[in-house]
Ligand binder design. Structure first.
Ligand code: NAD
Ligand code: UD1
Length: 339
């Protein structure tokens, strides 16, 4: 069964590609490589020992997407393509509204034109804004604090409207918490351009000596050690969550909105210590002012995903750190060293 992965060359997409193949599906990547490197395709071929199906183009090109859907007889789409940097979205909101909203609308129009009705969407815990309490359940109120988060919220609403108008559409909205780590083979992983914004890739580069020290954003939060608490989830667990969602949607489930997290929060300092253990390196760090827009604690109630998808995260923080380190130390320049 053929599954289209928009944004399939990216961090989460490449891991989902491997998980889909392992589960017996045939994934087809659609990507414009605006935030990924074509060398990932060669790596995926090495990991899976199979020729990679990839269509290079923009998801906002509706005619192109229609052609791809038809050409590969696509049964379901996992929509990951989009821009994701919060700070950049504040500085350049139109880029985010154009790409994220434009991409989702174009994809849905193309799917409607060819009568493809199964869609899994990459949403984010960012739609919960600053939650009143933790753990966060799916019925919690949604809000946004930046244009990136706003695009996720609007796309969720567009999908709900489309499902209401077309009850034969099956839509799964997956709200990711904090994806980290890499496939255990060490060949694929997170490869941010420039200085990373997110914690785990930043720590990896400090451990490698590419960055001098980590700034811990805030040491005075109302958390056990004063640093921010997040629900880090291994990217391979997340990838398997997508497979479970596709299976459920193709198996007749009518649609869902679920958290993909572990249900366990770790502080910044706990992650630093776990990374030091896993890598055998020291992660130099110092407490810095809070980062604007950050919340003290954010972790999931993962019960609904367990119930509706029969899925739960299995991998530990130690595995997340060990796998992130294997990827980063084996590929200090990411995919850029590949021909
Ligand atoms: P990523 O940037 O590594 O992957 C996104 C991919 O989409 C890239 O390969 C990029 O080239 C491609 N792309 C972007 N715009 C496109 C367009 N118009 N047409 C075709 N391809 C396009 O990001 P990721 O971390 O893999 O995230 C995937 C999705 O998950 C995104 O929608 C992101 O918002 C969402 N998400 C990510 C996180 C996270 O922490 N990584 C958390 C929550 C939600
Ligand atoms: C961020 C985004 C969120 C997005 C998610 C995944 C913000 C405000 N939120 O979440 O919308 O869905 O990434 O892409 O940007 N930290 C440090 N030092 C660093 C980096 C991070 O102390 O150099 C801390 C943060 O304060 C936070 C934790 O580490 O407590 C995790 O940060 P990060 O990896 O950026 O993820 P989030 O902020 O949770």
């Amino acid at each position: 069964m053929n599954i289209l992965l928009t944004g399939g060359a990216g961090y989460i997409g490449s891991h989902t590609y491997v998980a889909l193949l392992e589960a017996g599906y045939t994934p087809v990547i659609l990507d414009n490589f605006s935030n990924s490197h074509p060398a990932v395709l060669g790596r995926l071929q090495r990991v899976t020992d199979r020729q990679v199906l990839c269509e290079t183009g923009d998801v906002r090109d509706t005619a192109f997407v229609q052609d791809v859907l038809r050409k590969h007889s696509i049964q379901a789409v996992i929509h990951l393509a989009g821009d994701k940097a919060v700070g950049e979205s504040v500085a350049n909101p139109l880029k985010y509204y154009f790409n994220n909203l434009g991409g989702a609308i174009s994809l849905m129009q193309a799917m409607q034109a060819v009568d493809c009705k199964v869609l899994v969407f990459s949403s984010s815990a960012t739609v919960y804004g600053d939650p009143a309490s933790v753990p966060i359940a799916e019925h919690f109120p949604r809000s946004h604090t930046n244009p990136y988060g706003h695009t996720k919220l609007v796309i969720e609403d567009m999908l709900a409207a489309q499902s209401a108008a077309r009850p034969d559409w099956k839509v799964a909205v997956l709200r990711y918490f904090n994806p980290v780590g890499a496939h255990a083979c060490g060949l694929i992983g997170e490869d941010p351009a420039g200085i990373p914004n997110n914690l785990m890739p930043y720590i990896s580069r400090v451990a490698l000596g590419q960055l001098p020290f980590l700034e811990v954003f805030g040491g005075d939060y109302p958390t056990p050690d004063g640093t921010g608490v997040r629900d880090y989830i291994h990217v391979c667990d997340l990838a398997e969550g997508h497979v479970a969602a596709v299976r459920a949607m193709l198996g007749g489930s009518s649609g869902m909105q679920v958290n993909l997290g572990t249900g366990r929060g770790y502080s910044v300092l706990e992650v630093v210590r776990a990374f030091e253990q896993a890598s055998g390196r020291t992660v130099r760090h110092r407490i810095a002012p809070r980062r604007p827009g950050d919340v003290a604690q954010c972790y999931a109630n993962p019960g609904l995903a367990r119930q509706q998808l029969g899925w739960q995260a299995r991998r530990t923080l130690e595995q997340m750190c060990a796998d992130a380190w294997r990827w980063q130390s084996g590929n200090p320049n990411g995919y850029r060293d590949d021909a």
